[in-house]
Design a protein. Structure first.
Lengths: 67, 136
């Protein structure tokens, strides 16, 4: 039950993102890529986001004993 | 008397061959990197250095810098709100146990990436995204 609720939450987030993207394209406002581009053009957020991406790779591909 | 010179095919073919060799090399590297012993310094170096290299290449290829004002920032608020919601949902799942009942995004990813080919594909997507993000 709890797992289903958690997964439903993630699904709602994904569907909401898709809805926002469609609405943004229709209105001509910031799409996901536009929003990301705006964030990445400022130095400090850029460094934080790129560092977070490196951490994510380490977290997914080093910190897991999958074999 | 002479017509327009034909477009030379050589450099294009060489470029394609170079890209193919690069793609094969990166894929082979990914296969090797995800097979290293987990939690090891070697695995950490292989993953982090590959990501940093992809970011360095992307940063060098970065398009001419424009000021943030050049991009239409209208409509940013909903994305910020959604990002905050996603972060809150992820944090709520992380703080609850057992993990099987409260999966985080990374535990779900690990369920998907449970074979060597799948992990290699995931690693290549991560590398490509690192390059793409750093070009923005």
């Amino acid at each position: 039950m709890s797992r289903s609720v958690t997964l439903l939450g993630y699904a709602v987030l994904v569907v909401s993102a898709a809805g926002l993207e469609v609405a943004a394209r229709r209105r001509g406002s910031a799409t996901f890529v536009d929003a990301l581009t705006i964030v990445l053009r400022s130095r400090a957020p850029r460094l934080v986001l790129l560092a977070a991406w490196l951490w994510l790779g380490w977290h997914l591909f080093v910190r897991v004993d999958w074999q | 008397m002479d017509g327009p010179s034909p477009v030379p095919a050589g450099p294009t073919d060489a470029g394609r061959a170079l890209h193919l060799a690069l793609a094969v090399g990166v894929a082979a590297y990914g296969w090797w990197a995800v097979g290293l012993a987990p939690f090891s310094a070697q695995a950490t170096a292989a993953v982090v250095l590959a990501g940093a290299a992809a970011m360095a290449v992307g940063s060098r290829q970065r398009q001419s810098r424009r000021s943030p004002d050049d991009v239409d920032a209208s409509g940013m608020a909903p994305w910020a709100g959604l990002a905050a919601l996603a972060g809150a949902w992820q944090l709520a799942a992380y703080l609850q146990h057992p993990r099987a009942d409260h999966p985080t995004a990374s535990s779900l990813a690990n369920e998907l990436l449970d074979s060597h080919p799948a992990r290699t594909a995931g690693f290549l997507v991560w590398i490509a995204a690192a390059w793409w993000l750093s070009r923005r």
